[in-house]
Design a protein around this ligand. Structure first.
Ligand SMILES: Nc1nc2c(ncn2[C@@H]2O[C@H](COP(=O)(O)OP(=O)(O)OP(=O)(O)O)[C@@H](O)[C@H]2O)c(=O)[nH]1
Length: 350
């Protein structure tokens, strides 16, 4: 008995444990994706092989049948109850209906009663790696009938190709996401969420080259927490870590998207400010200094006063400069800020 013959009412034609089938479908992240020539090509091939005017790659979602590709007709999504493909995911490998108009489950479906007045339907289930029928590759004709044996066998092979393409696409997506995650891990300092030293220096090199090329100013702000050793000594390393994490968050929240905040080392942080002259960078540093001083840190119930000293380095296109001299300038200014009493900003060369 064919799968379709086992169903009595289309509105209840759902596989058992449909939620697992749906979960398998959603894992592929293919619903509502743009048209893709590779899938269209496979539907065209299906029409050629089967000698029919129409072929469709459909995915059976919770309440709709979404069309990934079709040949011979234009089709968007259909309500699940108005699609023959809903019958083709009920467990059988192939669902064949020789004449939709003669089958009580399909006779009143839009495809059968409106142009193009489809009669023959053959759908092969697209089966996920974990064994769920997520959709179909189906062919249709306006004449009633059945596919020949060879055509049916070819359609099955073609459906495997469709599924292989879906898998390939999903694997490529996973790979891209993993690479992005690894990149994030390789460039981010775990404690502060800022760029790590390597990433910071890499970006600085890039920004220096860009500043020279486009004759734009570039600044760097070096930040060193004041008497941080004392915090560690008095309250323990874990509290020191928490302070660093808080300051990292403050930095991330205080910069523009094009700015590059990083952990230069230990309790020394740095923000690279592209397209920012010395004056702007000093204003930024002063605002940040005040925010940092106002930030609340706790050691248990006790409030911890935390401040930082800031050194600003800068160059514009009139100067011949490199990344190292920019950092040296910022570092020298920071040294001055420390010696002038801490919790202050020093700008540029003395
Ligand atoms: N908790 C914690 N401490 C760190 C980390 N990295 C560096 N430190 C500590 O930061 C302290 C830096 O101390 P110093 O270089 O003497 O400077 P300071 O005590 O901040 O004094 P000034 O910079 O002169 O104001 C050292 O005790 C380091 O161990 C970290 O990731 N976590």
């Amino acid at each position: 008995m064919l799968a379709a013959e086992k169903i009595h009412t289309l509105s209840i034609a759902r596989p058992q444990a449909d939620q697992f089938r749906l979960a398998a479908l959603h894992r592929y992240h293919i619903l509502d994706t743009p048209a893709c020539e590779d899938f269209s090509f496979l539907t065209e091939l299906a029409t050629q092989i089967c000698g029919v005017p129409y072929a469709v790659i459909s995915l059976v979602d919770a309440e709709r049948v979404w069309i990934k590709a079709c040949a011979g007709m234009r089709m968007g999504e259909l309500p699940r109850g108005d699609s023959v493909c809903s019958l083709a995911v009920l467990g059988e490998a192939i669902t064949e209906i020789p004449d939709l108009s003669q089958d009580f489950r399909t006779a009143r479906m839009t495809l059968a009663v409106e142009a193009p007045f489809v009669r023959m339907y053959t759908g092969v289930a697209l089966t996920s790696a974990d064994g769920f029928a997520i959709g179909t590759l189906c062919v249709m004709d306006t004449k009633p009938g059945r596919l020949g044996e060879v055509q049916r066998a070819m359609l099955v092979k073609l459906a495997r190709q469709v599924m292989a393409l879906i898998e390939l696409r999903a694997n490529a997506q996973t790979l891209t996401a993993t690479v992005r995650e690894l990149e994030e891990l390789a460039t981010t300092d775990e404690l502060t969420g800022l760029h790590n030293r390597r990433s910071l220096l890499h970006r600085l090199k890039f920004e220096t080259a860009r500043a020279k090329r486009f004759r734009s100013p570039l600044s760097a702000v070096m930040i060193d927490l004041d008497h941080f050793k004392q915090i560690n000594d008095d309250h323990g390393h874990a509290v020191g870590d928490q302070v660093l994490a808080n300051v990292g968050r403050l930095l991330r929240e205080s910069v523009r998207v094009i700015d590059i905040p990083g952990r230069y080392g230990g309790e020394e942080l740095c923000v690279i400010l592209p397209n920012t002259p010395l004056e702007g960078a000093c204003k930024f540093a002063e605002t940040l200094r005040a925010k940092l001083e106002a930030q609340l840190h706790y050691a248990g119930p006790r409030l911890l006063p935390v401040t930082a000293s800031f050194g600003v380095g800068s160059f514009d296109h009139m100067e011949i400069a490199d990344a190292e001299s920019l950092l040296r300038q910022a570092d020298t200014a920071l040294y001055r800020a420390k010696h002038a009493g801490r919790n202050r900003v020093e700008c540029g060369a003395p």
